[in-house]
Ligand binder design. Structure first.
Ligand SMILES: Cc1ncc(COP(=O)(O)O)c(C=O)c1O
Length: 326
């Protein structure tokens, strides 16, 4: 690490985020809980890591060069990371994002000057206009376009195996009992889990999936259930994707939108950690795990993005009341 954190360009500041011990939100539990504060990455989320890793690798391998088009589907945060890399590397950037994505994220993406394609998040994943298919359609229409394909490309989890995992291991001084993290593409949890389990095979990994996503049933029974709409951004999926290695996950919990959002608000009010809904989901998972343990444990979790991206939703009392969460 560059001790003084002086860099040639903003993408070099990705990573080495702080690890913060939680206090009031967990002090009724017999556990020490540490959260990796990923919203302190330059574009405000954990996904900066995969954007930098995948773009740097593609450029180094000769698969990508200035002027090329980058296409991806994203809940907004990967799109922000790719927007950063596109500005720096002089790439064109077209991002497929669900129309229901928070206004703040859409505004940030527009501020970065990328080309946004908004899709209806309720379409079946087989529909060519859906979130899961539209990026492929655009790639097919633009020969030579670069598609990181974060949902199916294990380079996504390699980025976390190379960076987030070793950082957590060093910051925790190798004393970890559990990793609790949300699962979206699975890149974060599986990359970190792979690294941590290689260091200490006793570390157990708990994934948090939103109610409505198909991962929970698949993990527990191998069944592909019917996806249903939910509001937590960044977690879960409407179909089983190729990036997650489910073998690395020991337990999976299912969180409801309201549970995640109330925990998100508690993080702000009680810890002064202004994080997003998937961070609240992770905190909810940490508490559920800790309540089931019969011995003290050291738990590490990951807070992927910032609460400033959800002022119009999770932190808006009217929105919360309208959805029955308050
Ligand atoms: C806010 C937020 N939380 C969690 C995640 C999940 O991370 P991963 O895709 O690595 O599983 C994402 C991914 O987009 C995200 O945007």
């Amino acid at each position: 690490m560059n001790e003084l954190r002086v860099f040639d360009r903003i993408s070099d500041a990705v990573g080495w985020t702080p690890l913060v011990r939680l206090g009031p939100t967990v002090d009724d539990l017999d556990c020490a809980v540490f959260a990796k504060i990923e919203f302190l990455n330059p574009m405000g989320s954990v996904k900066d890591r995969i954007a930098r890793y995948m773009i740097d690798k593609a450029i180094a391998d000769g698969r990508l060069e200035a002027g090329d088009l980058v296409v991806e589907n994203s809940s907004g945060n990967t799109a922000m990371g790719l927007a950063m890399m596109s500005v720096l590397e002089d790439l064109r950037c077209t991002m497929v994002v669900r129309r229901g994505t928070s206004k703040e994220k859409l505004d940030c993406l527009r501020a970065m000057g990328i080309d946004l394609v908004l899709v209806d998040g309720n379409l079946s994943p087989d529909d060519p206009e859906s979130y899961n298919r539209k990026a492929r359609v655009i790639v097919a229409e633009n020969p030579g376009a670069f598609f990181p394909d974060q949902h199916n490309n294990r380079e996504n989890s390699d980025a976390h195996y190379q960076t987030t995992g070793p950082e957590i291991w060093a910051q925790m001084e190798g004393r970890i009992d559990y990793l609790v993290a949300g699962i979206g593409t699975g890149g974060t949890i599986c990359g970190v889990a792979r690294y941590l389990k290689e260091q200490d095979s006793a570390i157990e990994v708990v994934a948090i999936d939103p109610e409505g996503s198909v991962f929970f049933d698949y993990f527990h029974s191998g069944r592909h259930g019917e996806p249903k709409p939910y509001l937590i951004e960044g977690l879960g999926d409407e179909e089983i994707i190729g990036c997650p290695d489910f073998e690395l996950i020991d337990t999976m919990y299912r969180v409801r939108d309201g549970e995640a959002f109330r925990a998100t608000r508690a993080l702000a009010r009680r810890e002064a950690i202004l994080a997003g809904g998937s961070s609240g989901a992770a905190l909810w998972g940490v508490r559920k795990l800790a309540q089931q343990l019969d011995r003290p444990a050291r738990i590490v979790t990951i807070f992927p993005d910032s609460g400033t991206r959800y002022m119009s939703t999770i932190f808006n009392n009217e929105w919360m009341k309208d959805h029955g969460f308050l």
